[in-house]
Design a protein around this ligand. Sequence first.
Ligand SMILES: [Zn+2]
Length: 160
Amino acid sequence: MKLCGKFICPVCRKSLVYSIIDNVDFVGEGVSIFAFSCECGFKGVDIFPEKQHGPRTLTFKVNGDKDLNVLVARSSTSTVIIPELPLEIKPGPASQGIITTVEGILLRAKDVFGKRTIKVNDLLLKKKFTLIIHDPKGTSAIDSPRVKISAVNDKNPFKA
Ligand SMILES: [Zn+2]
């Protein structure tokens, strides 16, 4: 189901339309996605659970073309880790949730870490790496039956 509403854009003060999409299948029942975008360029997406899973880590071994197209919902508070690079994208104050694909995560990584672009391209060619999402609220999701979900040790996401 998709709901819409309006609020005032905090940047330009114009009225802004947002949409809430709830019960997104792969993210899980009771999870809503909240999205908005304004003419002035202010936009955002986040993922809200009705009930939270608690801290957990999702681990996905990417192997082949198909896996690059797997959908990923990353909540604004989670950290994305690709140990093969190594790369860690931590949530910042302006961090937003995103719905993208595994490939989209890598393309975004290129923006964030310009210097490592060659290594990112290498992973995109090989299509073999590990995608880890360390999520303190447990609302992120990766749409594959091969995702391993484990409860997390908050202090060290690599040891989850
Ligand atoms: Zn605006």
